[in-house]
Design a protein around this ligand. Structure first.
Ligand SMILES: [Zn+2]
Length: 530
């Protein structure tokens, strides 16, 4: 192993040093420390997580970055509430003297947005198809119906399409995500929102829903007086069939009906009642923020953001005797890159015109909560934020042949992104599973949702000198054996060249954006256009 590393350093160091001075070894050492057992998996609201945040703040200070958090500190407090619905939760449906009781976990899961230890609710149910209002696709499942106080029943996903102009063809749009369904229901004043699970519409089996909804989840603390759904939940297909049968309806018929633009919401005449006891606790956690000012007197009020989440899953269920979920790849690697970028930026004799903000967010694993909080409470104005370049889980498997920047093509900086890839001899990888909606699953997304052109600089899918298919095979192996497992641990034979390449790519891209005359934007007509 040492011989292998030595060879690589000799082969690789001169190339990188010439271009930028970015060091794969520094990224390696940050990754090694942040994923060590001492940090106990960097759980949100734990001592190990706090140490990680302190380490990142300290390294940013050493790189010459100034505090950009609250009250002259490197931190932004993120007040979260952990909610764990208790197994005694009940849900029932009644129509024409018939009552159906659903069982927690086997038939339904869910959580109350009220953030109260005890929530009871009831309301008339309305079936609203996919629950989508998308004027740009001339689609409206609500058709103006007032659903205030109702319990909405729907499917996840979106109308199937092969036409890139209609719901982006095969790719999943934000409208297809379950997160959107609950947001839209809340905007419309609904009491509750229940998604009927089918494996086809969700693209994963019930077990996945059950596992991820059956434990504590962090939420951003509700503002006093804010609206909240009494239930955001899911029921199984089988439970959904029985539910709809109470109204004399058939699930497959409704699924087909909901794929047509002339679909109209259906008042089912079924009364839904629920009781959700929950364990509720305050979670204290922090985003880390540091900045390096730009050199242009006017443009320095505008910012490039680099982001990477520092949290992972902490200590959990032991697997093969190991209970520490180290999160080496997910996402000590991204933090290592963030810190190396700060060091590079700090060492520039002539600073770029715009300023740069280094943002290491918390609670990504609990549903992008740290970045969601940042988007709602930005430390620099959203309208003056040029771009967010995010790093989340990069693979230390050698020299990358390509880079994944899904979402960049939606912005007017894509030509620049292409030029820089070419300059660094990297292909831009095509997203192999657009229907999986990866774009919505990392911390750039809440910033994009708030209007900032944003995307992740992701892990390579092809590596130089490796057999064709090596990248895919290594990815599958990581995903099935180590992803979100205690075995996502630092390995001394990892080769961090690809991470140095990803850092260099983001460095050149960020520097160029910081120096250009105009702020970047989304392509005209993009859903996130500001
Ligand atoms: Zn993760």
């Amino acid at each position: 192993m040492p011989k292998y590393i030595g060879l690589l350093v000799i082969a690789v160091a001169p190339v990188l040093a010439q271009d930028s001075g970015i060091s794969a070894e520094r990224i390696r050492e940050h990754t090694r420390f942040l994923s060590s057992d001492l940090l106990e998996g960097r759980g949100t609201g734990t001592r190990g997580g706090d140490i990680a945040a302190e380490y990142i703040a300290t390294q940013l200070a050493l790189a010459g970055a100034k505090p950009a958090g609250e009250n002259g500190t490197y931190f932004q407090k993120v007040p979260l509430v952990g909610i764990e619905t208790q197994p005694g939760a009940t849900l029932s449906a009644a129509a024409g003297g018939n009552v159906l009781d659903f069982r927690w976990g086997d038939d339904f899961v869910g959580v109350s947005q009220t953030q109260l230890p005890d929530t009871r609710f009831e309301g008339d149910s309305v079936f609203v198809g996919h629950g989508i209002t998308a004027p740009e696709f001339k689609w409206d499942d609500y058709k103006g119906l007032d659903v205030t106080g109702k319990v909405l029943i729907m499917f996840t996903n979106e109308p199937p399409s092969a036409d890139p102009k209609f719901f982006d063809g095969r790719a999943l749009t934000y409208y297809g995500r379950w997160v959107y369904k609950y947001e839209e229901a809340l905007r419309r004043g609904a009491r509750g929102c229940i998604i009927i699970h089918t494996t086809e519409t969700a693209s994963y089996p019930w077990e996945v829903v059950r596992n991820s909804w059956g434990r504590e989840a962090p939420f951003v603390k509700l503002e006093p007086g804010a609206k909240a759904l009494s239930l955001q939940g899911w029921i199984t297909r089988a439970a959904g069939e029985k539910f709809l049968a109470l109204a004399g309806r058939n699930l497959d018929d409704l699924l087909r009906a909901s794929e047509r633009a002339d679909f109209r919401p259906i008042e089912l005449g079924i009364q839904v009642r629920g009781h959700l006891p929950a364990k509720v606790r305050d979670l204290e956690t922090r985003n880390v923020a540091a900045m390096i000012p730009g050199s242009d007197p006017k443009l320095k009020d505008e910012y490039i953001i680099y982001s990477a989440h520092w949290d992972h899953l902490g200590i959990g269920t032991p697997v093969a005797g190991d209970a520490i979920y180290n999160g080496a790849i997910d996402n000590a690697t991204g933090c290592g890159i963030l810190l190396e970028l700060a060091r590079m930026w700090g060492s520039l004799a002539q600073k770029p015109r715009r300023s740069v903000l280094f943002l290491s967010v918390t609670a990504e694993e609990g549903g992008l909560r740290g970045s969601e909080y940042y988007a709602a409470h930005p430390l620099v104005p959203l309208a003056k934020t040029a771009v967010d370049l995010n790093y989340d889980a990069l693979y230390p498997w050698g020299r990358a042949a390509n880079v994944v920047i899904t979402g960049a093509e939606r912005t007017n900086i894509y030509p620049l992104a292409q030029q820089i890839a070419k300059r660094l001899n990297l292909d831009i990888a095509v997203d192999a599973q657009p229907e999986a909606g990866h774009y919505f699953r990392s911390d750039h997304f809440p910033l994009a949702h708030a209007g900032i052109p944003a995307f992740s600089i992701g892990h390579a899918t092809e590596f130089v000198g490796k057999a064709a298919g090596f990248g895919e095979q290594a990815y599958q192996e990581y995903n099935s054996k180590h992803y979100h497992q205690p075995s996502d641990e630092f390995q001394s034979d990892w080769d961090f060249t690809a991470l140095a390449q990803a850092a260099e790519y983001g460095f050149l891209l960020g520097k160029d954006i910081a120096n250009r005359d105009k702020l970047p934007d989304w392509r005209p007509g993009d859903a996130f256009h500001r």
